[in-house]
Design a protein around this ligand. Structure first.
Ligand SMILES: N[C@H](CCC[C@H](N)C(=O)O)C(=O)O
Length: 262
């Protein structure tokens, strides 16, 4: 038996287990353990788990795992939460502005009073189809627009798209977007690797905001309502028809810490 010390954080309701693994004692290859820890009945519970590890140049390295236990692509809300954790634990050199390495590259982060603004990767390829948009914002996202997200069967419709032939073998996350007034949108997301709807998806709202910009090009900053709260995304067009200076801003909140014996 061994004890694992952990912290729980949530970003707009997308919740994560964070483990300080700078001593390298946690085995990131133990898929079964990670799935167990994320289980909301038999473990701690979470949409995902993150390991904070050392990095030779940046303030730290972020490793992200979905609740199915598999190491995954970038998690925007997870990035915001591990940034807040790093500030709270004094891991970063300058709490106002610092950087970390993740699976999709370097991320700048700014922290102020519980709000984290996270720089995301540039988006250089947007596949605009008739009824949906497909793009990668650190994770792959299918984005479609609906009249009313509250009346959308996110689980079943999202699951069907996630497992559809088009996205084999890796699958995709699926976002349903509703325009409100001006630059306001509502987003609900079915998340790959969680295999359910989450209360927010950071890379998903970035993908949704870029897709909304393609329909409303006068806006390059969007206020986004998700089930778990509110997020903000801004970006600039780049010279290749894609997008740069992509930022995801919102709350990242400590919930509790503990030790679990496994
Ligand atoms: N489930 C996603 C990764 C986490 C994305 C989400 N939690 C976010 O905030 O970006 C995937 O496997 O592509």
């Amino acid at each position: 038996m061994k004890n694992i010390h952990f912290h729980k954080y949530q970003g707009a309701g997308n919740d994560f287990i964070i483990i300080d693994n700078r001593k390298g004692t946690f085995d990131g290859n133990d898929t079964t353990l990670i799935e167990h820890l994320c289980n909301r009945r038999f473990g701690i519970g979470g949409d995902g788990l993150m390991l904070l590890e050392d990095h030779p140049v940046h303030d730290f390295t972020m490793r992200y795992f979905n609740s199915d236990g598999g190491e995954a692509s970038m998690c925007g809300n997870g990035g915001r939460c591990i940034a807040a954790f790093a500030v709270h634990k004094g891991v970063v050199s300058n709490p106002d502005k610092f950087s970390f390495m993740a699976v999709d590259g370097e991320h700048l982060a700014e922290y102020k009073s519980g709000i984290v603004n996270l720089k995301m990767i540039d988006v250089n390829s947007v596949n605009k189809e008739n009824k949906f948009t497909y793009l990668n914002t650190g994770s792959p996202h299918h984005v479609c627009f609906v009249d009313d997200v509250a009346k959308t069967d996110v689980y079943n419709e999202g699951k069907n798209i996630r497992y559809s032939e088009r996205y084999q073998p890796d699958g995709t996350n699926v976002n349903f977007v509703q325009f409100k007034t001006g630059n306001e949108i509502k987003v609900r997301t079915y998340e790959r690797g969680v295999e359910d709807e989450t209360l927010a998806c950071g890379t998903g709202v970035v993908a949704s905001a870029i897709s909304a910009h393609l329909k409303k090009p006068s806006f390059s900053e969007f206020d986004i309502e998700v089930l778990g709260g509110k997020l903000k995304v801004c970006f600039e067009p780049n010279s290749e028809g894609g997008f740069k200076n992509v930022w995801l801003e919102g709350p990242a909140t400590f919930v509790f810490e503990g030790t679990i014996e496994i």
